[in-house]
Design a protein around this ligand. Structure first.
Ligand code: 48F
Length: 270
């Protein structure tokens, strides 16, 4: 049978029903999660992959239509990323080829890293929902974070007034990068909420000191408010730790730590 009009059994409605019905089934299966990850950057994707591999039900909500956050651009649009050897296992785990480099580092192709990390997370069972942003947290009767308020990224982009929907999760990971959006929303909106850091507010990141910034990422990755973990650059922004530019081992290690903290919280809550 050739690929010709006469051989086609489908019509336009097959396409419409296929898209709507399959997305709705997956979407409805993503509204009551073990872990909601906000932001599909390197730390969020790594955390999601590891948690999904452990059997947790994980959904990643990403505002953009593309995943990968700051990986794609490498450094100043040169699509390569540098990774410390201590974090190389997190690239090898998803099959990214690494080129030896100097002084305890290796180099990866940014496109290969973004795509293979994403594919591995999906293969592990994490569901990535693109074009959807978290515009708030859901809190329980004790004001503990227990989910995220979501809407299409295009809705806020167009300035439309459209009420959102909500998703429940045992733990939420703020992987929104430099703006640490979800943590800021929690601090601003939840009555009496105070993000756990040594400041009165969320101070944002410090200027670049790549080695200090990288070293701070794992200790900064923690539960900063009941039910809310920060990962990646959001973790450094909450603690006024340094930025580091296009060296990504800390982001991967932060994702690994976020997964560990999330699993511990889920286990402790039974
Ligand atoms: O910034 P980003 O890549 O997160 P990260 O894991 O990694 C940081 C590095 O890429 C780089 C760096 C390395 O040295 O400093 O910047 O901390 O990705 C964050 C993702 O979150 C999405 C955003 O579109 C991006 O893809 N995002 C941000 N806010 C929201 C969001 C939101 N409110 N809802 C959904 N997605």
């Amino acid at each position: 049978m050739g690929f010709e009009k006469e051989s086609f059994k489908w019509d336009e409605l097959t396409v419409t029903r296929g898209i709507v019905e399959s997305f709705m089934a997956d979407f409805l299966d993503s509204i009551d999660l073990d872990v909601a990850v906000v932001g599909a950057g390197p730390s969020g994707i790594t955390a999601a992959r590891i948690l999904a591999e452990q059997g947790h039900k994980v959904g990643i909500f990403e505002r953009n239509l593309h995943i990968g956050g700051g990986i794609w651009g490498g450094g100043m649009l040169f699509p390569r990323i540098v990774i410390e050897e201590e974090a190389a296992h997190l690239m090898k785990a998803v099959g990214v080829k690494l080129r030896p480099w100097k002084d305890g580092t290796v180099i990866a192709d940014a496109v290969e890293a973004a795509t293979k990390m994403t594919a591995a997370a999906i293969d592990a069972g994490a569901r990535i929902l693109v074009g959807i942003e978290a515009e708030d947290a859901v809190v329980d009767d004790d004001d503990r974070v227990c989910g995220v308020v979501i809407n299409w990224g295009a809705v806020s982009g167009a300035g439309l007034h459209v009420d959102p929907l909500a998703v429940h999760a045992k733990v939420v990971i703020d992987g929104t990068g430099h703006p640490c959006e979800l943590s800021r929303l929690v601090e601003a909106r939840v009555p009496g909420a105070c993000i756990d850091n040594e400041f009165d507010c969320i101070p944002g990141e410090a200027s670049m000191n790549a080695r200090k910034g990288e070293a701070a990422l794992v200790p900064n990755t923690r539960e900063v408010y009941p039910g809310l973990i920060v990962s990646g650059m959001a973790a450094n922004a909450i603690s006024k730790s340094y930025r580091m530019g296009a060296i990504f081992g800390g982001m991967l290690m932060s994702g690994e730590k976020a997964a560990q903290v999330a699993a511990e919280i889920i286990k402790s809550r039974g």
